[in-house]
Design a protein. Structure first.
Length: 335
């Protein structure tokens, strides 16, 4: 895996986790960036899953078995320690099957389907110039954006700011566009990789400021709610800018100290486990925030982060154990 991609995945995980640290920082304004982390993660997924070779059922089942064991084990842990109770069959289904207690899982399980159709169809056209230069991908992205805007102006409730609510259906358009953006970057990687220049960094810095100012403005000024779709356009542009900047220093990132790279790669490998372990079921709070939020900052941040990563590491080992045992047995039988 290209190191800058692992770095972006780890960054996405940090942003998502940070957004749930309410009550940890001196001000909750710092506990932000979750949606930016989401779109970065979906873009990285689109980048990494672009080379589809398997039939849909095999590919989809593989994705399911990559995700659900982690979610089930995390939910079982929360059940055992008494964070929630299952009182009906419908509740069991919604927690453990779909959409689960994790909005991210419900979104990606659904979006894998149109993404597969697009990526697999694009692979069939891999000999065409239009595919190779990304024009087909840009065309599909434009079509998705047109449908999104049509839905927004036709039926979306624009009387208040809620377009960044991750539990609303409209968020699916944003996530899918992010996946397509990641696919496009994979097609055009040579255009962006190791390209010098400061303009891209300045533009991305401006977009970063504009994005968070726009979030604040839309949430504080109800009269601006008619234009809230602009917030997601700015967010996608910011995500693309971060992607381009990271790609532009790919070789320099490869020369980072080995210990730092190993740390980033490990965090990248356990992003889903961290995501699963950070929630208190029924509340969007870190599982141990209530116990440690009164400790003085930054000690509370250090304790909470350590426990989350430790829990994710244990979960990662449990999930990987059957595969590791099977591999050893296979090697032993071969010998």
């Amino acid at each position: 895996m290209i190191f800058f991609i692992n770095l972006l995945r780890a960054l996405a995980m940090c942003l998502i986790t940070n957004s749930h640290y309410r009550g940890v920082y001196p001000t909750d304004l710092i506990a932000n960036g979750g949606l930016l982390g989401d779109v970065l993660f979906f873009a990285v997924s689109g980048f990494c899953l672009s080379n589809i070779r398997q039939p849909f059922h095999k590919w989809y089942v593989k994705r399911i078995f990559r995700i659900y064991p982690i979610i089930w084990l995390a939910l079982l842990f929360f059940l055992v320690i008494g964070q929630y109770k299952i009182t009906s069959a419908s509740q069991f289904f919604s927690y453990y099957v779909f959409p689960t207690r994790y909005h991210f899982i419900g979104s990606i399980i659904l979006l894998y389907i149109p993404y597969y159709i697009f990526a697999y169809s694009s692979k069939k056209l891999s000999g065409s110039e239009r595919f190779n230069n990304g024009k087909l991908t840009l065309g599909v992205m434009t079509a998705v954006a047109a449908v999104w805007l049509a839905v927004y102006f036709a039926v979306y409730d624009k009387t208040y700011y809620h377009i960044d609510n991750v539990r609303e259906p409209m968020i699916a358009f944003l996530y899918f566009e992010a996946m397509l953006t990641g696919f496009y970057f994979k097609q055009r990687l040579n255009v962006f990789k190791n390209k010098k220049g400061i303009i891209k960094w300045l533009v991305t810095a401006v977009l970063f400021c504009v994005y968070f100012i726009s979030k604040l403005a839309f949430s504080k000024k109800p009269q601006l709610s008619q234009l809230q779709f602009l917030n997601q356009i700015i967010l996608l542009c910011l995500m693309a800018g971060i992607f381009i900047c990271a790609a532009s220093i790919s070789d320099r990132l490869d020369r980072l100290p080995e210990m730092l790279k190993r740390t980033v790669n490990y965090l990248s490998a356990i992003t889903l486990e961290v995501y699963a372990m950070q929630f208190m079921v029924g509340k969007e709070y870190i599982i141990i925030v209530d116990a440690f939020r009164k400790i003085a900052f930054p000690l509370n941040w250090l304790v909470i982060t350590t426990v989350i990563i430790a829990g994710a590491a244990v979960l990662h080992c449990i999930v990987k154990a059957p595969g590791a045992i099977h591999k050893k047995l296979k090697e032993k039988n071969t010998d």
